[in-house]
Design a protein around this ligand. Structure first.
Ligand code: GLC
Length: 538
């Protein structure tokens, strides 16, 4: 009996993240914008994705590049106007694409009118909208909580002689989600965009929303080692993933459900067992708590097989899984696993059970771009330099063609282009039948064609040396996926797994239609999908 989720667009579709600053610049200021995205919608349709989610496009001082919002219901002029936004919604929907926005409810900008009021005096009606605390007896911060971007999580305010808490930059004060007025205000923001036709939200740091009501100190992390980001020195047990957060998630979901066919996605970096709690009691929480396990998993067959099984086993009954291969906070997949394995990673993402989320540029194999110290823009890297936390390298401009600024802009882009952008770009990869871009297209198309890939069950078969082997099956039939995570050839003997059919797709794009006999051989860094020949499919 298929779960009801399986008919939803967000369960069957492929999600594609756009970092708007870096996708396409239409107005020639070196920063991407909404008109640019509109111009590139045909590319996304052609790629075959079903929904795009945009990192924040709202008015912002850009201390954290839009994750510091000064107005939740506007558009930053850098990205365009509200008319441009309405045009984007219409164009996306007209092209059959869903549009998901980034909701950043944990914190605002310190320039948001709510915070300006809150900061103005201790008895301002909005004082309690943020987390203000008296200094510790020695005058220092109220407790030991750390900012994810380095240093204390507390910022002292001379005027009112209290500290405000900020999980990220001091310019990103955390809202007080225990205050019902804050909740109501953010739910109104959600309704504003949902009424405009937005298809859902990716909710920024959703597991951070509620903090300990007693503001207890976080315990030390015994596994902390030098070289790790400084905030990892503590276990954030009192500053994040508090049980009451799940009530807020359920409330957000109720707002989502006031509208038809919308989705609530949560950004959550937690171990699998905690992550799945965000589906909520009776699945009344987030439909898709983002599963980031692949972003940091060691690239070994056995490790991957184990984590897939752990995730599958942890899912509550009826919960729909999801997988994320890249985002604007983590190194590019092509650099994490290498360009050859980037193809195997694509096949993994698009053949696992669950909604796949791609990150712009991964489909052309974009690499992490080295950023010279004087080019650093990311506040995380600026605050905590030199240990590799910088996020600029995965946010560089999309590589469209071989022109001066890669077809991204007529001006110097806000971040440097990859050195290889004259070769590794959409215009070059398009006509190359075996390019990674065409592999992504073929994988997405196959996922649409074969119901087993879209919603069949997952059955692990083997994880042996560099070989990762699994099946996706339903009552109608089954598809086999064999991935070689290493550089040496491997082979699979048919008898052990009952191979039949033909190669539907190889990551090298050169074996389609090959009949599979008693043995299936894989070249180094090759993955294949074996299934019934298209003619056999009724
Ligand atoms: C999320 C965003 C990240 C941002 C942080 C603070 O993790 O993905 O880019 O810096 O929240 O808003």
């Amino acid at each position: 009996m298929p779960s009801p989720a399986i008919t939803s667009w967000w369960a069957l579709g492929v999600l594609y993240q756009i970092y708007p600053r870096s996708f396409q610049d239409a107005d020639g200021d070196g920063v991407g914008d909404l008109k640019g995205i509109i111009a590139r919608l045909p590319y996304l349709v052609d790629l075959g994705v079903d929904a795009i989610w945009l990192s924040p496009i709202f008015p912002s001082p850009m201390a954290d590049f839009g994750y510091d919002i000064a107005d939740y219901v506007g558009i930053d002029p850098l990205f365009g106007t509200m008319d441009d936004f309405d045009a984007l919604v219409a164009a996306a929907h007209g092209a059959g694409l869903k549009l998901i926005l980034d909701l950043v409810p944990n914190h605002t900008s310190d320039q948001h009118p709510w915070f300006i009021e809150s900061r103005s005096s201790r008895d301002n009606p909005k004082r309690d909208w943020y987390l203000w605390r008296d200094p510790a007896p020695d005058g220092g911060p109220p407790n030991n909580w750390l900012s994810e971007f380095g240093g204390s999580g507390w910022q002292y305010d001379e005027r009112t002689q209290q500290y405000h808490y900020h999980a990220f930059l001091a310019q990103q004060p955390d809202l007080n989600w225990r205050n019902p007025d804050v909740r109501a205000a953010v739910y109104q923001v959600m309704r504003f965009w949902l009424r405009k036709g937005v298809d859902g939200f990716r909710v920024d740091v959703i597991w951070h929303l509620i903090k300990d009501d007693q503001f207890r100190d976080n315990p030390p992390n015994p596994d902390f080692r030098p070289g790790m980001p400084p905030h990892a020195a503590l276990h954030p047990v009192y500053s994040a993933d508090r049980p009451e957060t799940l009530q807020v998630v359920a409330e957000m979901r109720r707002v989502i459900d006031e509208f038809d066919a919308r989705v609530l996605i949560g950004e959550i970096y937690l171990p699998i067992e905690r992550l799945v709690a965000y589906y909520g009691e009776g699945l009344a929480g987030a439909q898709l708590p983002f599963n980031f396990a692949l972003l940091s998993a060691p690239w070994h067959a056995r490790t991957l097989a184990a984590l897939i099984e752990r995730y599958e086993a942890a899912l509550p009954p009826g919960a729909w899984p999801n997988w994320v291969l890249g985002n604007h906070d983590r190194p590019r997949v092509a650099s994490r696993v290498g360009p050859a394995q980037a193809r195997v990673a694509a096949m993994l993402l698009l053949t696992l059970r669950g909604t796949p989320t791609m990150y712009y540029g991964d489909e052309i194999g974009m690499q992490q771009v080295p950023i010279a110290p004087d080019q650093v823009r990311d506040p995380f890297e600026k605050n905590v330099p030199g240990i590799g936390v910088g996020r600029d390298g995965c946010r560089t401009p999309m590589q469209w063609d071989a022109t001066e600024h890669a077809g991204f802009s007529s001006a110097e882009p806000w971040l440097p282009l990859a050195a290889d952008s004259a070769q590794e770009n959409v215009a070059n990869l398009n006509p190359d039948a075996q390019s990674i871009l065409n592999l992504y297209r073929a994988l997405i198309a196959l996922r649409k064609r074969l119901p087993q890939l879209a919603h069949g069950d997952y059955a692990p078969l083997a994880a042996d040396g560099d070989l990762l082997l699994y099946r996706r099956h339903d009552a109608e039939g089954s598809v086999l996926i064999a991935l070689n995570l290493g550089a040496e050839p491997v082979s699979v003997v048919s008898e052990t797994i009952g191979l039949d059919g033909e190669i539907l797709l190889s990551t090298a794009m050169d074996r389609g239609g090959e009949r599979v006999g008693s043995e299936l051989s894989l070249r180094g860094h090759e993955g294949v999908i074996v299934g019934p020949a298209p003619d056999d499919v009724v």
